[in-house]
Design a binder for this molecule. Structure first.
Ligand SMILES: Nc1ncnc2c1ncn2[C@@H]1O[C@H](COP(=O)(O)OP(=O)(O)OP(=O)(O)O)[C@@H](O)[C@H]1O
Ligand SMILES: [Mg+2]
Length: 360
């Protein structure tokens, strides 16, 4: 799929902008603080319904304005979809002109993979970042997963609230059963995803590094089938009950799980060099592109925010050799001649003080 047109109004530092990207590599070039990331952020918002930078959508409305608008026309292999997000006193989403009340309906309409300096750190950062990586990819692949995760988080919040009121064991058991049932679905889906991503990441990583074997694993409550995971989850909750009561917090479940990332058997989260961690992050993102393509039939749009300058020349070349297959939106402050050569045929825009102009 690709973005055919992006229109934004009163979004961050933009009064208005109307962009028609090309189907291949698109470069948005501008000095610092001109609005490059804001533009990418608006695309991401239309994709997953939230900003990658802030959970507070009110911040996205241009200062001194009361309403912001993001509209994207997505071209698919067959047909087109229009996504519209309107932010005023609430966040309103419409797909093909029809308002949607459940944000889950937005998932998968415009699929994107975001790679920013923040994402470059997913290997060395805490497990929360890695869970988010898995969850965002999965939500775009499956609305059912999005709803299961939402239900799980609600039950978890209610159980944690209950723990603050010194509940009876019977009252807690009622919540434990619901938590284990919903949590088992989340864990099973995540484990399956990691299993399918692993060989793709291994292939990309071998290409990027020349030799390293990358292995991914899902670290969480054991079990293959949902029933098996549910049983183990219940047992873990019982075992953790005294601790949960003491700290008034649920200590086991998918909210604690992690994505294990190893190269040649060495855990990159703790022992990887900075370069190894960056390469692995790049491999994960490119493998995510391949998995979304394999499972949904079309490549997502790749969003690269300022990462070219963070990669060395060798990794740049590797990255650029992959992105030729799909629509890519790249932001950067400048393009060295050697990078321009590697990019080949591109569509180029300049970004200056909240306005976008087509260069060529
Ligand atoms: N709600 C808002 N209303 C108006 N301006 C905003 C709002 N939110 C952020 N800005 C401004 O938008 C400007 C551009 O931000 P952006 O992150 O897009 O810059 P950038 O071009 O990506 O810069 P860099 O190269 O440093 O990453 C910032 O200077 C910020 O002050
Ligand atoms: Mg930026």
């Amino acid at each position: 799929m690709r973005i055919e047109r992006l229109t934004i109004r009163n979004y961050r530092n933009y009064a208005s902008a109307d962009v028609t990207p090309g189907g291949g590599v698109n470069l948005f070039v501008g000095n610092n603080a001109q609005g490059k990331t804001n533009l990418l952020e608006s695309i991401y918002l239309a994709s997953v319904g939230r900003s990658a930078r802030t959970p507070r959508w009110q911040e996205l409305i241009k200062w001194n304005e009361s309403e912001a608008l993001v509209r994207v026309v997505v071209k698919k292999d067959v047909g087109r979809d229009g996504v519209e997000i309107r932010l005023d006193r609430e966040k309103r989403v419409a797909i093909n002109g029809l308002p949607v009340t459940r944000i889950g309906e937005l998932m998968g309409v415009l699929k994107t993979v975001l790679f920013s300096p923040d994402e470059l750190r997913i290997v060395k950062e805490g497990p929360g970042e890695r869970r988010r990586f898995v969850d965002i990819a999965l939500c775009q692949l499956s609305k059912a997963y999005f709803y299961a995760l939402t239900r799980y988080n609600k039950i978890l919040a209610q159980r944690n609230k209950l723990l603050k009121n010194n509940p009876t064991d019977d009252a807690l058991t009622v919540w434990d059963m619901q938590l284990a049932r919903e949590g088992a679905r989340v864990i099973k889906t995540r484990r399956g995803f990691v299993g399918r991503l692993s060989p793709l990441a291994e292939a990309v990583h071998r290409d990027i590094t020349g030799s390293e074997t990358l292995t991914l694993g899902y670290e969480g409550i054991a079990g293959e089938s949902a029933e098996e995971i549910e049983t183990n989850f219940m047992a873990a909750l019982v075992k953790s009950r005294a601790r949960d009561r003491m700290f008034m917090l649920t200590h086991v479940g998918p909210q604690r799980d992690d994505l294990a990332i190893a190269a040649d058997g060495i855990d990159l989260r703790s022992y990887g060099s900075q370069g190894q961690q960056r390469s692995a992050a790049l491999s994960l993102k490119l493998a995510e592109m391949e998995l979304l393509k394999a499972e949904s039939g079309e490549y997502p749009v790749l969003l690269l925010d300022d990462v070219l300058s963070e990669l060395d020349s060798y990794r740049q070349t590797k990255l650029l050799s992959h992105i030729k297959a799909y629509q890519t939106i790249i932001t950067c402050t400048s393009v060295p001649d050697d990078v321009r050569e590697k990019l080949g045929d591109i569509t180029e825009f300049s970004v200056t003080a909240g306005s976008v102009g087509l260069i060529k």
